[in-house]
Design a protein. Structure first.
Ligand SMILES: *Cc1c(COP(=O)(O)O)cnc(C)c1O
Length: 383
């Protein structure tokens, strides 16, 4: 039934071997830069590539500051601390996300609240958010948003740009501002994705990126915090064991974290970032080919929302129902073409099953139907 799709994917990747969902491509100066760190002996948390990666990333995203971390989850944890999330707080996010979003909330001793996503963005719905707040929350005279029933503070809201497709940021920024909630963007999947000409991750108080092995660029493992000068400085402090600058004394002024990105990894990141726009061009070309190939079929190829340039990190199709999804998954994987369903909804996981949630109709609908297709960058054949 999906033989022609499998055939099409094999033609794109020009192979009869196993085709992974997403494999990294190292076609730039990765070897040179990594070797440079070894030859300099600066492979660990101090080194020129860390600073360069941070300033390159700030330049690319338009963020005032960018602070590198050991992974995206650590960046999220730090971002939530920067947003003032404390034990006992509530933090709004999507049920349709990767588990790291919720884990970071839990690390702060806070509890996630699950709000529905929109079908046209796959990300947090501003309307659903507003509706839930109207019903469940109040805003105190001091500007703090609290749950009416328990008085718990609703401290932050963490939308996630699913598969690199930007959420409706203008509306989310407005709702969060109106309710006094800090906006923290989980832009782990959306490096290179722009909303109305601005890079994702710079719309709220703080944003985070990930450079895990399966992301659009990789440092092996790594992440980045995007913030303004003040919060950026604070992020650096928190992620470097809260050590005060001193020529030789060890002075630490609070409980800090060792969340720094090693120079070795940053070297890889600098080389990868140099190729990002080429990667995105290749991914957008592949997405367009998928879209054309699937026209008239039972699979709806998911395309970027209006006014956005998406990085098309992972290509996605929406199947007619869960039966069709299961068939697609079975046939492609048996045929040596790796495809995956979207994550289980967070409220279905044992540790987050008891969390507050709004109506999740769209999340449930999408979770039953979405399948990711192979999305690795295809290098151009030499002419
Ligand atoms: C990848 C990812 C993260 C962070 O992941 P790390 O593997 O810790 O770098 C966070 N949120 C989402 C949505 C992700 O996809």
């Amino acid at each position: 039934m999906f033989a022609s799709l499998i055939q099409f994917i094999r033609e794109q990747y020009r192979t009869n071997d196993f085709i992974p969902l997403h494999a990294p491509v190292f076609s730039g100066r990765e070897r040179d830069y990594v070797l440079e760190t070894i030859e300099s002996t600066f492979v660990s948390s101090v080194g020129a590539f860390v600073e360069r990666f941070e300033s390159d990333m700030a330049g690319y995203t338009g963020s005032q500051k960018a602070v590198a971390t050991v992974n995206g989850t650590a960046a999220l944890h730090t971002a939530l601390m920067l947003a003032g999330v404390q034990s006992g707080d509530l933090v709004i996010t999507q049920a349709l996300t990767f588990v790291a979003t919720c884990n970071a909330i839990a690390y702060c001793g806070a509890q996630p609240v699950f709000i529905d996503v929109d079908r046209h963005t796959l990300g947090l719905s501003p309307l659903a958010l507003e509706k839930w707040l109207e019903e469940m929350a109040r805003k105190d005279d001091d500007g703090t948003c609290r749950l009416k029933s328990t008085g718990q503070v609703v401290r932050a809201c963490v939308p996630m740009h699913t598969f690199g497709h930007p959420v409706e940021l203008d509306s989310l920024v407005a709702v969060c501002a109106r309710w006094g909630i800090a906006l923290v963007e989980d832009a782990a999947e959306s490096l290179g994705s722009f909303y109305k000409g601005r890079h994702t991750g710079v719309f709220g108080r703080v944003g985070v990126l990930s450079f895990n092995g399966n992301k659009i660029i990789t440092t092996g493992g790594g992440g980045m915090i995007l913030a303004d000068e003040d919060l950026g400085r604070r992020a650096k402090h928190l992620t470097t064991t809260a050590k005060q600058p001193h020529p030789y004394e060890y002075v630490h002024d609070e409980v800090g974290y060792n969340y720094r990105l090693p120079n070795l990894n940053a070297a890889l990141g600098c080389a990868q970032l140099e190729q990002l726009e080429d990667f995105i061009a290749a991914k957008r070309k592949l997405a367009s080919a998928y879209s054309t190939a699937l026209q008239g079929s039972d699979l709806r190829f998911f395309t970027e929302p209006d006014n956005c340039r998406s990085n098309y990190w992972l290509n996605a199709v929406i199947c007619e129902d869960s039966k069709a999804r299961d068939r697609l998954l079975k046939e492609t994987n048996e045929g040596g073409v790796m495809t995956r369903p979207i994550w289980q909804l967070m409220n279905h996981l044992s540790m987050y099953g008891g969390c507050l949630r709004g109506d999740l109709t769209n999340s449930e609908w999408l979770a039953e139907r979405i399948v990711n297709l192979p999305s690795s960058v295809i290098s151009e054949l030499p002419d």
